[in-house]
Unconditional design. Structure first.
Length: 105
């Protein structure tokens, strides 16, 4: 084949539900929609503010599972950003060419 390789762009799509969601994503989205649905039945919707507050759990969960390029979804972006900002920032190299502070004799 003249040294040309065919590599699938995203091989993880086959493992995802609808090619987009993990089981946790669907559980999170279902929980948010369920809470909003329950609140729609229980709360009297008299103003725009109450409607927004009732729909807020569903909107937040939908935002978190929204797919974005180069990451899985917004939840992954927020988690990775939090990890980057709170974990150790100085990485110690211990590769195959490191002498660990000892001189080569």
């Amino acid at each position: 084949m003249n040294n040309q390789y065919l590599i699938p762009a995203n091989t993880k799509n086959g493992e995802l539900i609808f090619g987009i969601f993990t089981p946790f994503d669907l559980i999170l989205l279902g929980t948010g929609v369920g809470i909003s649905g329950l609140m729609l039945m229980l709360v009297e919707l008299t103003s725009t503010l109450t409607v927004v507050l009732v729909l807020l759990p569903a909107l937040i969960c939908a935002f978190l599972v929204m797919p974005i390029p180069f990451y899985h979804n917004m939840l992954v972006v927020i988690t990775e950003t939090f990890d980057f900002l709170t974990k150790r920032q100085r990485y110690i190299w211990k590769g195959w060419c490191s002498y660990n502070g000892k001189e080569d004799k």
